[in-house]
Design a protein. Structure first.
Length: 290
């Protein structure tokens, strides 16, 4: 059955959103490394390297989500159908026909007007990854949400820690013990002793924007992660939920195994290639009509 693992969606809005997502990841990494973690802990300190690792993982998972074929039905699928042995639903002897793709649509496929293809186990089309989130890239999407959410949480903790640390530092005083408030040293500062607490105006501005970014996108990614897990555990993609459909009941662990394509392993946390089991499941679903 003809199939290619990589593809690109030529949606202008999606391309812009995907680029913006990477830009925001890079911006947060720059602010944290250059203005917060680097000067405070050191550029090669484990804390700094841990944050950079989260950034790299988020970017890799985003790329895998964006450029992985989500599970599109092959355009030559009709020529490969075994009409005698095809898997039809017991209560249906007809096959759905997609007028756009001009071919029969498998039971668990939905047509995406943005990707211009029928997608197996489609959950939704996400402009932030410029792709459908479906059978083949949902695990990458989960990883992207997890690492991006952790990155946002990391930003909030580091910036808050810097603020509270600097607010408790002693202010510079003169020989009489009085706080020096008009000295040049006190411009744009928490105090004048620690360089970490003597930020420039651009430092303050970038950190404030980074803090706002952490709040907004942290909430967004964790809410999306919870929403995705809810859809997975119910074995019902979001688009099917809208149509009032419900998937067969399964154990939650089995639902996750179906998404990741293998039993629990370290590879669940890395954007590893698709497993052979996932490809076999996709081929079976591509020949399942109703």
């Amino acid at each position: 059955m003809a199939w290619c693992e990589w593809w690109i969606t030529d949606d202008c809005c999606g391309v812009f959103c995907g680029f913006t997502t990477n830009l925001l990841l890079s911006y947060a990494a720059f602010v944290q490394t250059y203005f917060v973690l680097g000067p405070w802990w050191g550029y090669f300190h484990p804390i700094t390297l841990c944050y950079l690792a989260l950034t790299v993982m988020a970017a890799l998972c985003h790329a895998r989500t964006q450029f992985t074929n989500p599970g599109a039905v092959p355009l030559d699928n009709e020529n490969l159908i075994d009409l005698e042995n095809q898997n039809l639903m017991e209560n249906s002897r007809t096959r759905r026909y997609c007028k756009t793709c001009q071919q029969y649509k498998p039971l668990e496929a939905h047509h995406c007007s943005t990707c211009h293809r029928c997608i197996i186990r489609m959950d939704h089309h996400c402009p932030w990854v410029n792709n459908c989130v479906a059978m083949f890239n949902q695990k990458y999407f989960l990883q992207f949400l997890l690492y991006t959410g952790c990155q946002c949480l990391f930003c909030l903790v580091s910036l808050s820690s810097r603020f509270f640390y600097c607010s408790k530092q002693p202010y510079p005083t003169d020989e009489n013990g009085r706080i020096i408030r008009n000295a040049d040293l006190m411009k744009h500062v928490f105090n004048g002793d620690d360089p970490m607490c003597n930020p420039s105006p651009i430092d303050v501005l970038l950190c404030v924007l980074n803090f706002i970014e952490g709040i907004l996108f942290g909430l967004f990614t964790f809410i999306m992660l919870f929403d995705q897990l809810s859809a997975i555990f119910s074995n019902t993609p979001y688009i099917d939920q809208i149509k009032g459909k419900k998937g067969a009941k399964k154990q939650r662990y089995q639902c996750l195994v179906d998404v990741f394509g293998e039993p629990f392993a370290v590879s669940w946390f890395f954007p590893t290639p698709l497993t052979q089991q996932m490809k076999r499941n996709w081929m079976a679903m591509s020949n399942h009509y109703g």
